[in-house]
Design a protein around this ligand. Structure first.
Ligand SMILES: *[C@@H]1O[C@H](CO)[C@@H](O)[C@H](O)[C@H]1NC(C)=O
Ligand SMILES: *[C@@H]1O[C@H](CO)[C@@H](O)[C@H](O)[C@H]1NC(C)=O
Ligand SMILES: *[C@@H]1O[C@H](CO)[C@@H](O)[C@H](O)[C@H]1NC(C)=O
Ligand SMILES: *[C@@H]1O[C@H](CO)[C@@H](O)[C@H](O)[C@H]1NC(C)=O
Ligand SMILES: *[C@@H]1O[C@H](CO)[C@@H](O)[C@H](O)[C@H]1NC(C)=O
Ligand SMILES: *[C@@H]1O[C@H](CO)[C@@H](O)[C@H](O)[C@H]1NC(C)=O
Ligand SMILES: *[C@@H]1O[C@H](CO)[C@@H](O)[C@H](O)[C@H]1NC(C)=O
Ligand SMILES: *[C@@H]1O[C@H](CO)[C@@H](O)[C@H](O)[C@H]1NC(C)=O
Ligand SMILES: *[C@@H]1O[C@H](CO)[C@@H](O)[C@H](O)[C@H]1NC(C)=O
Ligand SMILES: *[C@@H]1O[C@H](CO)[C@@H](O)[C@H](O)[C@H]1NC(C)=O
Length: 559
């Protein structure tokens, strides 16, 4: 992201103050209200949102119970990914007297635009910006019509704890979305006495050699549990590189955030939207086999089924290329969310929507930026309150904002990709953690966080094994483990120098045999060398041997 948009925005925030001034009086009913949309048309999320927003608009405008005499008018802008252009394009939407914006699509864009939204008092309702830090008090005009990754990361931390892993490697895209999501994961793991032992971040622009180098580093590390938090449009690249490097076989664990579910759903894997698992592209399946994937949980309902069948009707019934995924559902509900709020607003504000200019946001002499076209929405504060007191049921379930202005009932489906396609192995809800019972049933019962009911169905791990990977290896940095062995004067049958008994190793005896047998049970090789301590005439001091571990002379010690 360049400096220019920030500078521009800095100027805007400097020169804007919030003034409420009446401009024109219009006692007549409002016949149309403008809202803006900001997303990248040519992206997996954008394609999922576009038709959804269209359908929602159709529905709102034909529904007589909401905004009966007012047409909801959408001004769409393709933000086309780039941070700087996205900002300029967003300003172009804002100059068209919009009262709210559906979007921005990206977390980075939401951070920047939130400052503008605060000044112009135009609420942003994003269906896809999941960065947890956007919930902060700094951004009162930013509302999330989807789940904060805070909850997704809590779910992942619960999964890590469930399988008793202690360390994970985070592989993520180094932008607001990736970085802040992974920071939340670190916090959640810490609460469970686990941690991120290695962070592998790459730049947004995907470069194969960069990913290859990164994964080679990752493979040298101890942890074999990978949390992959990247963008839907480029995420599968990471898997294809990983496969080339042999990192998708037995012993590896891939926990993948909801981006992969969006990819799979839009390719028509369609789990839970009334589709069968139709076109299971074997090439893609092969890449991601054994992964554990999270997806936003939306309860099955007639509304959702109706929406899905309309979608199929519109897209020619070809489920395979439909593009439908969870973002479609959230985008559809975002429009309704805004429509309900505007309806409420018009009822309580005598059908008046007006904007005012800030005298301080004048056209600076010599500047062609025309900042004066940006106007303050006088009713912004009221509309925001209406948004926050939303209470209706949409295709994603009940829509209400709870504590921290998060939508209530955050929950995820937990999916395991097996050879035949994705398979549901359980749910996670903020209400009761991991479970094989759907959250809607659990909400009816008193909260039970005892942990005894925590369960998931069996997982098929990478490499097609059902045996749970241990999740770590000894770091493969060419150094064998140095194992201290007391060269004892007594009880030599337990442990003594190998040369005595003609063994080709430095040490022999019962303890060494047990140790070697245990090492053989591990599913991967562990190089080690025995180092004799003492001269065989006097038993060595055990305290000294323990000290040698602390001094890193020995990796571990048999005493
Ligand atoms: C405004 O709408 C209300 C009902 O929604 C209607 O009764 C009223 O006549 C309308 N007023 C104007 C000026 O159109
Ligand atoms: C979006 O950006 C790409 C290059 O980044 C460009 O080729 C394309 O024309 C742009 N599309 C629009 C609609 O601006
Ligand atoms: C499908 O679309 C056609 C026209 O586009 C419409 O006549 C028909 O009622 C639709 N069917 C459903 C189930 O929505
Ligand atoms: C802009 O220029 C006009 C005349 O050139 C001058 O009267 C006015 O004060 C200037 N405004 C600012 C903000 O400099
Ligand atoms: C402008 O809107 C505010 C509240 O949104 C309202 O109180 C005020 O009366 C409106 N002004 C006019 C002239 O309609
Ligand atoms: C939301 O609406 C339902 C009925 O539609 C009502 O039972 C419930 O109490 C409402 N909740 C709040 C917080 O207003
Ligand atoms: C999630 O759970 C925590 C702890 O049980 C609770 O404090 C919080 O309010 C919940 N959040 C939502 C959005 O339900
Ligand atoms: C919680 O669930 C466990 C196992 O299902 C059960 O044994 C326990 O009694 C439950 N506790 C409460 C408070 O319901
Ligand atoms: C025996 O010990 C020496 C150093 O004490 C070490 O270099 C060698 O690798 C050891 N051999 C085995 C088989 O452990
Ligand atoms: C063996 O080591 C002990 C103390 O480390 C020493 O007292 C003893 O003299 C040594 N024996 C030989 C044969 O070197």
């Amino acid at each position: 992201m360049g400096r220019s948009p920030l500078l521009l925005l800095f100027l805007i925030s400097l020169s804007l103050t919030i003034t409420i001034r009446s401009q024109n009086s219009n006692p007549q009913n409002i016949t149309s209200v403008n809202i803006g949309t900001l997303y990248t048309f040519n992206s997996i999320i954008g394609r999922a949102a576009r038709l959804a927003i269209e359908l929602a608009l159709e529905d709102v405008n034909s529904d007589r119970t909401i905004l009966p005499d007012t047409k909801l008018n959408v001004i769409s802008q393709d933000t086309n990914c780039s941070g700087f252009l996205a900002t300029i394009e967003a300003l172009q939407v804002l100059e068209k007297n919009v009262v709210a914006i559906i979007g921005p699509q990206s977390s980075g864009g939401s951070h920047i635009l939130s400052h503008v939204a605060n000044s112009l008092q135009v609420p942003l309702v994003s269906f896809s910006a999941t960065d947890p830090t956007l919930s902060s008090l700094e951004f009162p005009y930013f509302l999330r019509a989807t789940r904060s990754d805070q909850f997704q990361m809590r779910a992942i931390a619960d999964i890590v704890e469930f399988f008793q892993w202690r360390e994970v490697t985070a592989i993520y895209v180094d932008d607001d979305y990736g970085r802040n999501g992974i920071a939340a994961l670190g916090d959640e793991l810490a609460l469970r006495r686990a941690k991120i032992s290695y962070k592998a971040a790459f730049a947004q622009a995907v470069d194969l050699t960069e990913i290859t180098d990164l994964l080679l580093q990752v493979n040298l590390m101890e942890s074999r549990v990978y949390v992959l938090h990247v963008n839907p449009d480029s995420g599968l690249t990471v898997f294809s590189v990983a496969q080339k490097l042999g990192m998708t076989g037995p012993g590896y664990v891939w926990i993948v955030t909801n981006w992969l579910a969006a990819v799979l759903d839009s390719k028509g894997f369609g789990l839970g939207y009334g589709y069968e698992s139709v076109d299971t592209d074997p090439k893609v399946l092969n890449l991601i086999q054994g992964s554990i994937v999270l997806r936003e949980h939306t309860p099955d309902s007639d509304l959702k089924m109706k929406f899905v069948s309309r979608w199929r009707n519109k897209t020619g019934n070809t489920a395979t290329v439909s593009g439908l995924n969870a973002y479609s559902l959230y985008a559809y509900d975002s429009v309704w969310l805004v429509a309900h709020a505007i309806d409420q607003y018009l009822k309580t504000n005598a059908n008046s929507i007006n904007f005012s200019t800030d005298p301080r946001l004048h056209d600076v002499n010599g500047s062609t930026l025309s900042l004066a076209v940006l106007k303050i929405f006088n009713g912004g504060e009221g509309l925001l309150q209406n948004l926050l007191s939303t209470n209706f049921t949409g295709v994603t379930g009940p829509l209400q904002f709870g504590p921290n202005r998060d939508l209530i009932h955050p929950a995820y489906d937990i999916i395991n990709v097996v050879s035949t396609g994705p398979r549901l192995i359980g749910y996670w809800s903020n209400y009761s953690g991991l479970s094989v019972v759907s959250p809607e049933i659990l909400y009816q019962k008193p909260q039970n966080l005892s942990g005894q009911s925590r369960r998931l169905y069996d997982v098929m791990w990478p490499g097609g094994t059902t045996q749970q990977p241990r999740g770590w290896v000894f770091p493969n940095n060419g150094q064998p483990l140095r194992i201290g062995v007391p060269n004892k004067a007594s009880f030599k049958q337990f442990v003594s120098s190998g040369s005595n008994s003609g063994s080709n190793s430095n040490a022999s005896g019962f303890c060494i045999d047990v140790f070697n047998a245990a090492i053989k049970l591990l599913p991967y090789p562990v190089p080690c060398s025995f180092i004799l301590i003492g001269n065989g005439t006097v038993n060595p001091n055990y305290d000294d041997m323990v000290k040698m571990i602390a001094q890193n002379v020995l990796s571990l010690s048999l005493v």
